[in-house]
Design a protein around this ligand. Sequence first.
Ligand SMILES: CC(C)(COP(=O)(O)OP(=O)(O)OC[C@H]1O[C@@H](n2cnc3c(N)ncnc32)[C@H](O)[C@@H]1OP(=O)(O)O)[C@@H](O)C(=O)NCCC(=O)NCCS
Length: 213
Amino acid sequence: MKRLAIVGAGDLGIQIAHHACATGQWKLAGFFDDTRQPGSQVADAQVLGGVKDVAAAHAGGAFDALIVAIGYRHLAARSRIFEQFEGRIPFATVIHPSAIVDPTCRIGPGSVIYPGCVLDMGVTIDANVVVNVGCVIAHDSHVGRGCFLSPGVRLAGFVRIAPASTLGIGTVVIDNVTVGSGIRTGAGAVVIASIADPGLYVGVPAIHKRASA
Ligand SMILES: CC(C)(COP(=O)(O)OP(=O)(O)OC[C@H]1O[C@@H](n2cnc3c(N)ncnc32)[C@H](O)[C@@H]1OP(=O)(O)O)[C@@H](O)C(=O)NCCC(=O)NCCS
């Protein structure tokens, strides 16, 4: 088994550690977290240091691959930390064994597919994406890097989600629609036409509520 280190020892990090171990491919080497004391215990592992310690720990053989477990509240930090180590340190791709992922799908480094997701033919998930529990992504849809899909998101066919967007729990996007970058959708939003202006969209059909996501 390879050893996985996780940046972020909060709830998301603990969940991702749990799901990664469930694959039987990874064991947890530890967490990196700037807000916690090195050596403190989180789940079944220790905090190995802060983000500044990641490269040296990898060079010293402390772990084999990395995942950034920073959630939708700090999406910019999630992308910044991923890009800091991209190309220098291997990133894991975690697909929970209960997810149904068609063999034609491509899932990028640093991305996590949670339990119960269904990804149909030709789906592409870019790097550093979270696809939370029970998402359904229909054929030929694409999710850009650094996105966060909350539980139960449903994307119809040929949907494109641009980088660094967050879809709230239960968001539905109909086929052939593009969701732009820097967008957040509220719980239960239904996107029935392409949306481009960054910010928050809510409701059925989803409308642009405000400029800040
Ligand atoms: C959309 C959301 C992020 C807004 O939260 P917020 O920034 O605290 O903003 P507010 O609660 O002040 O809501 C702003 C406005 O949007 C409306 N609104 C918020 N959520 C809405 C929703 N899901 N559907 C419809 N309208 C919504 C509010 O009624 C309010 O309207 P008003 O300005 O006319 O009074 C939040 O309500 C939400 O839906 N979060 C989803 C969380 C989620 O998916 N979690 C999963 C994590 S794994």
